[in-house]
Ligand binder design. Structure first.
Ligand code: MCN
Length: 770
């Protein structure tokens, strides 16, 4: 009867496939006005003047606002003391920062008029990267702060003596460039102030938090503030951040007494949608003759862009928390710093700090193997953790369960490692054959954000999720949840869990989310939490409903409650299968006082839980990658990726595989293609998809999938998150394969993205320096 583990097709798809899903841009209420932003054309400059007259006179224009017009409004919600303005006031701090906003009767009038706003800038010195921002005399991004380093936890001397005592030592410097999240739907919103208050339709990952912030921002009660999620075309973390547009549209709607819509263009998304990644890592590692790692010291410097936010500042914390990966390392010392630069703000992007951690430790493992001339798989085997729970160097991370060696064994089984090494040897002696590289990553990440108290400093992340399960009088079930999915199949997953727990057919279970007037409280999507926390909530709430329903069923069947068991779409008396009653009958009778036990109150069969869990979950896996490198052009082609995942109990293997493939696609993209580039003046050189390669199906390699399963001990489902796994595990596997292919040239490290030009230069110069 259980659907846990079944390849059920998605309930979400029929509406999307038949064009009936409504995204925010499909909504067009009567009288809707359109908003366009005027972005800064400078990375750092004093605003001398803003000329708005011509724009105001343009056809259809209803209002043009600059900082002076919003002076009475609060700042955009963010870390206290570090909040950004709605519109740049006096100074712009990154290219693309909103300077003015124009509202007109249609979007073309709005964007044409926005182009007529004339801003006179006096350019100021720019710090476009962390090196420039940390240099002596660097221009301050935030003049109210003493330096561009906003938060820092130094390494000090800790671990140095232990490092000195190690038989072998090595160092590694890694630079991880920024990525643009690039969901298929850029962001947008539609705000409407009506007689009952504000309604905002917005693709957002935490609607209740936005509701709270809107209500505070405008000084109206939560009752008068409603946030509705339309269909969402992907988010990948980028739709969890507060941006000025989400507050400007309601402000303008209130002012104009008309609905106001904003739809970001693709070019605006490249500049304004918060970027991800962006780290400099310095690693020192000490190890013995057998490749056992004894000491790891790592300093992580995070580029936060011009305005820091909670998720962005949390990135180096997550990286350093997970820096030791799945390995038992007796001494781990980590430090981090958040640095402001004159670039687009940086925030969570799929994986958020954990891809960077996996890259750090998995590159380090290969470095150790290289130093000792050992096989990288063998070095992994010698260092992996084998007993659980495992307390790490960080109080945040106590690993719940895992079988890291088992995942490696499974990887060896599916990829014919020995055959590949033999082929590599043959290729190396044939100057005309492409180089072959084989790379691994035994990655591990922290997901299921988070147990109570663990993420208090991270704004709205954690720590519970709301779920209500309600049986309708016709015997169908509705699951209401505060989880706010944006493409990952939550409706199907929750329906599978509820159907399994309630014994109600899958087709008779529906799932509602994403309207704060329908689901009053919730947290949302971040840190692959919906299945381990929200899914657990579905199970808990369903169990409570079953308990109440059993008592009524027992009363109606004239049996003892302990003898009543779930049967197909209803209940039966144990040992007497012919004595049954349907859910519909029990649900209908639950409203009738004379039909239920006298100590029960009449009312719906429902239960609400605010589900908490005892710990994060720690998904892991072993990925293998085989690359071929063209010796003439430097082009890296991935021949195949081998993916072994452990997300504990798999609820829906088809959706889990889809999640892995999507994440791996993003990981491969980061490893080989994607990189946001700024010049020293803070000008973004990768402002369009002509310069920033988001891979298509052609660039995505074939995969071989497999799963191992170590159930999580953090929830009774045994589920770990899998929504970010691929993006965590893929980059080091790909880059390790590239370095493996180039290792005869003395190459020990190549930074991402491994572009053909980079590899071509290495091949041409025959040098280890990329
Ligand atoms: N699943 C499963 N068994 C498990 C865990 C998950 O079958 N043990 C499947 C379920 O189908 C579930 C899905 O995987 O619906 C993802 O579940 P989970 O790992 O709990 O992650 P979340 O639902 O919390 O999703 C968030 C995660 C994050 S943080 C980002 S970013 C992300 C992602 O997932 N962005 C996505 N996946 C995305 N997928 C799409 N299509 N679009 C995005 O923007």
């Amino acid at each position: 009867m259980s659907l846990i583990g079944a390849r059920v097709v998605r309930k979400e798809d029929p509406a999307l496939l038949t064009g009936q899903g409504a995204f925010v841009d499909d909504l067009a209420p009567t009288g809707c006005a359109f908003m366009a932003m005027v972005p800064s054309s400078e990375a750092h400059a004093r605003i001398v003047s803003i000329g708005t007259e011509e724009a105001r006179r343009a056809p259809g224009v209803l209002a043009v606002w600059t900082a002076a017009d919003v002076a009475d409004l609060p700042l955009v919600p963010g870390p206290p003391g570090l909040q950004r303005p709605l519109l740049a006031a006096g100074t712009v701090r990154y290219l693309g920062e909103p300077v003015a906003v124009v509202v007109a009767n249609d979007r073309y009038q709005a964007s044409s008029a926005a182009a007529l706003v004339v801003v006179d800038y006096e350019p100021l010195p720019v710090a476009a990267n962390v090196a420039a921002a940390m240099a002596a005399g660097a221009p301050l991004v935030n003049p109210d702060l003493p330096s561009n380093v906003v938060f820092e936890q130094g390494l000090g001397d800790e671990g140095l003596a232990e490092l000195e005592a190690c038989p072998h030592r090595a160092t590694l410097r890694i630079s991880i460039p920024k990525c643009a999240p690039s969901p298929i739907e850029p962001t947008g919103c539609l705000a409407d102030w009506g007689p009952t208050g504000l309604t905002e339709w917005v693709p957002f990952q935490a609607p209740h938090h936005l509701r709270t912030m809107l209500s505070r921002f405008f000084g109206v009660s939560q009752d008068q503030t409603r946030v509705i999620l339309p269909e969402i075309g992907g988010g990948f973390g980028s739709k969890i951040n507060f941006v000025p547009e989400l507050f400007l549209a309601p402000a303008l709607s209130r002012f104009l007494q008309r609905p106001v819509k904003y739809i970001q263009t693709r070019s605006e998304a490249m500049q304004s949608m918060y970027h991800g990644r962006g780290q400099e890592q310095e690693v020192e590692v000490g190890f013995d003759d057998d490749g056992r790692i004894l000491v790891l010291r790592a300093m992580v410097t995070q580029d936060n862009g011009a305005y820091p936010n909670e998720t962005g500042m949390g990135l180096p914390v997550l990286t350093t928390t997970m820096a030791a990966g799945c390995y038992h390392i007796p001494k781990v010392v980590t430090g981090w710093r958040n640095v402001l630069t004159h670039t687009t703000p940086v925030a969570a992007y799929r994986g958020a700090g954990r891809p960077e951690a996996a890259f750090l430790i998995e590159r380090t493992i290969d470095l150790v193997a290289d130093e000792l001339g050992l096989d990288p798989v063998e070095v992994r085997r010698r260092n992996v953790i084998r007993t659980f729970p495992y307390a790490t160097h960080s109080p945040l991370a106590v690993y719940d369960s895992g079988d890291y060696a088992g995942a490696l064994d499974e990887l060896m089984r599916i990829m014919d490692y020995e055959g590949l090494r033999a082929e590599q040897e043959r290729r190396r002696s044939d100057p005309d054959a492409p180089l072959l590289g084989i790379g691994f990553s035994s990655w591990l990440e922290i997901a299921g954000f988070g147990p109570p108290g663990s993420l208090e400093g991270f704004g709205h992340l954690g720590s519970w999720e709301s779920v209500q399960v309600r049986i309708q009088p016709d015997g169908s079930a509705i699951v209401y949840t505060g989880a706010a999915p944006h493409g990952q199949g939550t409706v199907t997953t929750f329906a599978q869990i509820a159907a399994s727990e309630l014994g109600i057919p899958f087709d008779k279970v529906s799932v509602r989310y994403g309207d704060t007037a329908v689901v009053p409280q919730g947290i949302g999507t971040m840190g692959s939490r919906i299945t381990p926390i929200g899914g657990e909530g579905v199970r808990t709430a369903s169990g409570k409903v079953v308990e109440r329903a059993k008592r009524i069923a027992a009363h109606l069947l004239e049996a003892a409650p302990e003898d009543v068991v779930l049967a197909e779409d209803g209940f039966a008396v144990q040992g007497t299968p012919s004595r049954t009653i349907a859910w519909s009958e029990v649900a209908w009778k639950s409203f009738q006082p004379l039909e239920i036990p006298s100590d029960l109150e009449p009312g719906a069969l429902d239960a609400t839980v605010f589900q908490q869990v005892s710990n994060f979950s720690f998904p892991s896996g072993a990925y293998g990658c085989v690359v071929e490198i063209d010796r003439q052009t430097g082009r890296v082609e991935i021949r195949r990726m081998y993916l072994v995942d452990d997300c504990g109990t798999v609820i829906n293997p088809m959706l889990a595989e889809g999640q892995v493939h999507g994440g791996v696609a993003q990981g491969v993209a980061q490893a080989l293609y994607e990189q946001v580039v700024y010049d020293d003046a803070g000008t973004m050189l990768t402002g369009t998809f002509m310069d920033y390669l988001v891979p298509s199906a052609v660039e995505i390699p074939p995969f071989t999938d497999s799963f191992v399963c170590t159930p999580s001990t953090s929830n009774t489902l045994g589920a770990k998150g899998i929504g970010e796994s691929g993006s965590v595990g893929a980059p080091p596997a790909v880059v390790n394969a590239v370095v493996d292919a180039l290792s005869p040239l003395g190459v020990r490290h190549v930074d991402m993205p491994v572009t053909p030009e980079k590899v071509w230069r290495i091949l041409r110069d025959g040098t280890a320096t990329p």
